[in-house]
Design a protein around this ligand. Structure first.
Ligand SMILES: *Cc1c(COP(=O)(O)O)cnc(C)c1O
Length: 810
């Protein structure tokens, strides 16, 4: 904040301003003069939280009184980002709070910017969980999100000399005024030890160690404050925080060992995108939060409804990928060992309660745990997995046409090589619904990983195409466009994103197109200014802003984009006289810390940027920037400023994508493959308003099966071969000419992600983009039609589909 500030005397302030000051004094312990920006932020959040609490308790009471069925969304990740702007906007109190703060000499926008991002997720899967929580509250559905309160969450990315450096994210450094610690909601979670049985068949698991899971609740406010739900995140503590005997005997570190071990559980999220982190700690984390959540759900059910047998009528538990799949065995354990149900009845209750969402078909990302590890950590669950498996395989063997190969694929235990527990099979077997996240992905699930389980249970797999919340990804991140749309078609879209379709006729209105373009340009100017301040790069807001922001992964093919950038750079250098379309290529994304090639791609983006941006021969026609530390808040700045959305994954590999939806909603055209939800985006916006290129999923599979020779593809494309030569020979890395030799050699040797096979089609598609851009009216029409036609990708629609077809709550 800029001193000196003008603070109005108390008598001239409104009651809200005085309430904020009151909170500042009594909760933060500072007065107006001593308060620093973080103190104002905390005081504002606590004041806003006060407004929510009563609605929150009302929401809970009403659900209780109605005996309503509740939805439980279990996810190892919740990528929620900042909450202040979102909460104020959903409460429609932004103006009021801004005015109150202004009376105190505080700028709301400035304190919003210092709120840390709650980065409790890697990427799309975690962001989906956050959008779902907001839509559940918006649709007035009683729901709880369950996850882990990571102290450091996802790492913070710094770029040093072009390389990614991982730093701990310290989002809790100033405390977290949103949350309530619920000391009374604590559960015992055990690990290891042994299982004994008595003559009555009663089983007793005596864990060797245990921690206590403690709940932290964050309110989630739906649109128009209609309902407030709870995001319950678990922290861990030792039962005995300090062993006094050890401490007094001089072993000060040993005395605190149990507490340290407990804290380790909730320290960080493994930044594994699609290479399963094999760490024992990750399995511990998964069991820790699954067990606490299932215990909490069962406790609540018995408290409210008495009879555990009615659980499926009153609770729908959705497993967000396989990370919480051990919940299936945990619920079985509670039903058998604590509630004394018989196995078959317990199994029916379990299946009727769980739904499972699959997020990936990549074999390396399908979680499985070495059997000895699973057995050592969770001996009782191991027994239950065997018992479930016996039942499953017995059922399968009775079915015609299920041979030994199919039995081996269905089994919960992978017997090939080192024996492993397959979490996807456990989740599939233990759920009444198994859904994919886009139509193509769901089809591929049936054909590939779950082909045999699908034959056994043909009604179980269904599709629920992902969505995004239009509040955060349109109203809040793009207020200019939102105001223009309101001017054009009224307010109906604010409650129903599909009402955006009324915009379509305005695509023909030249005046509206100009205003639409002016909003986009203003967003680009704002982003350019932010990037100039943040990283010293100068961008021309009249260039095409071509944006690829997402986790760095070979299947997402940032490398394809970078090679095309190198080709374009070379062409502009050689023919500066031609009529080039000015372009800004923006990249952002984190690479998993152990993923060598992904980190090399970040370095390449920075090496290419350094060379291109400094070359006077191209007259500024091409600019490249890699923006550090991609997170929700950065996405909120970049998405509204994009003209072109890069969704160029190898077909068949991106389950859905949600970044693609955010860009289209904000009026960017997509350049993309027929992958994930791109297919459905094309269906909605129409062929003329999207640029599709490249191999289809079927063609990719056929090529892989039929001996694809990447060298031939490279040699057929002069541009590609030259660009690869340049990269491999050190044109962009004169300080270390061999830096990219291995990366390029990988393309010659196997090119698993078909970069070479798709290169020419991609480059041609980019030149088609240039042509469309030159036709300003045509581009404007397409941009408006993107916004108009993607309301279907609202997470409100997705959640309504889950609610009706999986959870039975609508
Ligand atoms: C939307 C979003 C994602 C997912 O992006 P994809 O392009 O679908 O991979 C990842 N991270 C953040 C911060 C997001 O906002």
């Amino acid at each position: 904040m800029h001193a000196p500030v003008t603070i109005r005397p108390i008598s001239e302030r409104g009651s809200l301003a005085n309430a904020i000051v009151d909170t500042l004094v009594h909760r933060i312990g500072k007065d107006e003069q001593a308060a620093r920006p973080h103190d104002w932020l905390a005081a504002t959040i606590l004041t806003v939280r006060n407004e929510i609490i009563e609605r929150w308790m009302e929401s809970t009471k009403a659900a209780h009184a109605a005996g309503a069925k509740r939805v439980y969304y279990l996810s190892l990740e919740f990528l929620i980002g900042r909450l202040l702007r979102d909460t104020l906007s959903n409460l429609q109190k932004t103006g009021e709070i801004a005015a109150a703060l202004a009376e105190l000499g505080v700028d709301l926008a400035e304190i919003e910017e210092i709120e840390p991002d709650a980065a409790l997720g890697n990427g799309g899967l975690g962001r989906l969980a956050a959008c779902f929580m907001e839509s559940l509250a918006t649709l007035d559905l009683p729901a709880y999100g369950y996850g882990i309160r990571y102290v450091n969450g996802m790492f913070r990315q710094r770029i040093d000399d072009g390389w990614q450096v991982e730093l701990p994210e310290t989002w809790l450094a100033h405390g977290n005024p949103w949350e309530f610690e619920r000391r009374e909601s604590a559960y015992f979670v055990g690990f290891g030890g042994e299982v004994t049985g008595n003559e009555n068949g009663q089983v007793h698991w005596k864990p060797a160690e245990a921690v206590e899971a403690v709940a932290y609740d964050t309110p989630v406010v739906g649109w128009r404050g209609r309902r407030v739900n709870t995001l319950r995140l678990w922290s861990a503590r030792a039962f005995d925080p300090i062993k006094l005997d050890k401490f007094n005997a001089g072993d000060h570190v040993g005395a605190l060992a149990a507490q340290t071990r407990a804290e380790t559980l909730v320290r960080v999220l493994y930044p594994a995108d699609s290479n399963a982190a094999g760490q024992e700690l990750r399995l511990r984390q998964e069991y820790f939060f699954s067990s606490a959540s299932i215990q909490d759900i069962v406790r609540r059910h018995v408290q409210y409804f008495g009879d555990i047998r009615t659980l499926p009528d009153k609770a729908a538990i959705q497993l967000n990928d396989t990370h919480p799949a051990v919940s299936v065995a945990e619920l079985m354990r509670l039903l058998l060992d604590h509630h004394d149900l018989g196995f078959d009845e317990a199994w029916e209750i379990t299946k009727a309660t769980f739904g499972y969402t699959n997020h990936t078909l990549l074999p390396e990302a399908l979680e499985s745990w070495p059997l000895p590890l699973f057995e050592r950590l969770l001996p009782r669950h191991m027994q239950l997995v065997y018992a479930i498996n016996a039942k499953l395989l017995k059922e399968a063997r009775r079915r015609e046409g299920i041979d030994d190969r199919a039995i081996a694929a269905i089994s919960l235990i992978d017997e090939a090589g080192e024996r492993r527990v397959r979490m996807a099979n456990l989740a599939f077997a233990g759920a009444h619904s198994v859904n994919g996240v886009a139509a193509l992905h769901t089809d591929l699930m049936k054909q590939t990983v779950f082909a045999d389980l699908h034959r056994l249970y043909p009604d179980r797999i269904n599709n629920k195409t992902n969505g995004i919340t239009p509040r955060r990804w349109f109203h809040e991140c793009n207020p200019g466009l939102c105001a223009l749309v309101r001017d054009g078609i009224g307010e109906a879209f604010m409650d129903d994103a599909q009402a955006l379709s009324a915009l379509a006729p305005l695509a023909e209105d030249a005046g509206f197109r100009d205003r639409f373009a002016a909003v986009k340009r203003a967003n680009k100017v704002a982003l350019a200014q932010h990037l100039r301040e943040a990283m010293g790069v100068r961008l021309d807001p009249d260039a095409i802003f071509d944006v690829q922001i997402k986790r760095i992964h070979e299947y997402k093919r940032q490398l394809l984009n970078l090679i095309e950038t190198v080709v374009l750079y070379d062409q502009i250098r050689n023919h500066p006289e031609r009529d080039w379309t000015p372009r800004v290529k923006l990249f952002a994304g984190k690479a998993a810390s152990s993923y060598h090639n992904a980190k090399l791609v970040i370095k390449l983006a920075n090496d290419v940027a350094r060379r291109v941006n400094a070359d006077p021969a191209i007259g500024g026609l091409l600019k490249v920037a890699f923006v550090p530390n991609y997170n929700v808040s950065l996405a909120e700045k970049m998405v509204p400023a994009a003209d072109l959305s890069e969704q160029i994954s190898t077909a068949g590999m991106e389950a859905s994508g949600t970044g693609n939806m955010k860009f289209a909603l904000n009026g960017a055209l997509t350049i993309g493959t027929l992958d994930g939800a791109n297919v459905e985006i094309r269906d909605h916006v129409g062929d003329e308003n999207i640029v599709i290129f490249g191999l289809t999923a079927e063609e990719v599979a056929a090529k892989r099966a039929g001996g694809y020779v990447p060298r031939e593809a490279i040699e057929r494309s002069r541009d590609l071969a030259q660009a690869l030569d340049a990269i491999a020979s050190g044109v962009f890395s004169p300080d270390d000419p061999d830096r990219y030799k291995g990366l390029v050699q990988g393309l010659y040797d196997h090119d698993w992600f078909m970069v070479a096979a798709d290169f020419d089609a991609y480059a041609a598609a980019q030149r088609q983009v240039d042509g469309r851009w030159a036709d300003r009216a045509g581009w404007g029409r397409s941009a408006i039609l993107n916004t108009a036609n993607v309301g279907w990708f609202s997470s409100d629609r997705t959640i309504a589909d889950y609610a009706r077809e999986i959870w039975g709550v609508m």
